[in-house]
Design a protein around this ligand. Structure first.
Ligand code: ADE
Length: 264
């Protein structure tokens, strides 16, 4: 079952190139992700296809009109109801006022069976009646303000897509990486063995899988301990992790993973 998304936007050209590259492109080719990009102007009724207007009460900037968005959502409901009876939509509104995007939410969206419909606002905002009429789930990608919802929608789709089984080549890679078990990544190296006098840690060339596993675990713990200690605070550590972390604390800054010549 693919993750199915609709993006309603005034700027399809802003999102299409991103969806047509790399892993998002491959996920669509493999049938694991489906994204339909809808041009909001197609849901206007006037000759000039106006989708925004000046704010009531005055002030700078433009506000996105409610009706084209409501009409677009209505059209999607009818379209999908016709093709898949009983199917429903999960409406998402990227907004700095929303619930934070976390790995947990990305996992949840990756598993969602309903269609995810992203309502991408732009300019100074959207007419409040979109919220009142549709009650979309607002999702924020961080405490800063962007020019529109297109980039956040892509960020959300990207974070969710890579967690869909089969999207990443190696079924373990999504799981082993950052945050899935709430540790930061261990450092990675590829050829050549030396770059500007910086060597690859000896252990990675050893071919000894168990030693490499332990080194990676330790470096993931070290990175987390140094950069995001909050992630370790409430964590129940097993015997092995506790031993590795004790070593890291004892080593202090001396053993940091930045110096690749020294290994822990
Ligand atoms: N739209 C504008 N800024 C945003 C943000 N930080 N997150 C989600 N949507 C947004």
């Amino acid at each position: 079952m693919p993750m199915r998304c609709d993006l309603i936007t005034l700027f399809p050209e802003m999102v299409l190139p991103v969806l047509g590259q790399s892993i998002l492109k491959r996920a669509q080719e493999k049938g694991l992700l489906e994204v339909r990009v809808r041009n909001l102007r197609d849901y206007t009724l006037d000759r000039h296809q106006v989708a925004d207007d000046a704010p009531y009460g005055g002030g700078a900037g433009m506000v996105m009109k409610a009706e084209p968005i409501l009409r677009a959502v209505d059209a999607l409901r009818r379209e999908y109801h016709e093709t898949v009876p009983g199917s429903s939509l999960r409406l998402l509104l990227p907004s700095p006022q929303g619930r934070s995007l976390t790995q947990h939410l990305a996992e949840e969206l990756g598993r969602e069976r309903r269609r995810l419909v992203f309502l991408c606002g732009h300019y100074e905002g959207i007419d409040e009646r979109v919220r009142l009429a549709l009650d979309p789930e607002e999702v924020s990608i961080g405490d800063y303000v962007l020019t529109g919802g297109e980039l956040p929608a892509l960020v959300i789709i990207d974070a969710a897509t890579r967690l869909i089984p089969g999207v990443l080549g190696d079924p373990e890679s999504a799981r082993a990486e950052s945050f899935a078990d709430l540790l930061l990544d261990f450092p990675q190296y590829t050829r050549p063995p030396e770059v500007q006098g910086l060597a690859v840690p000896e252990v990675l060339l050893s071919g000894d899988h168990e030693t490499i596993r332990l080194w990676r675990r330790k470096e993931a713990l070290r990175s987390t301990y140094l950069k995001r200690p909050d992630l370790l605070r409430d964590r129940l550590l097993n015997e092995e992790d506790r031993r590795l972390l004790d070593d890291i604390v004892r080593e202090g800054a001396r053993g940091t993973s930045v110096k690749c010549g020294e290994e822990g």
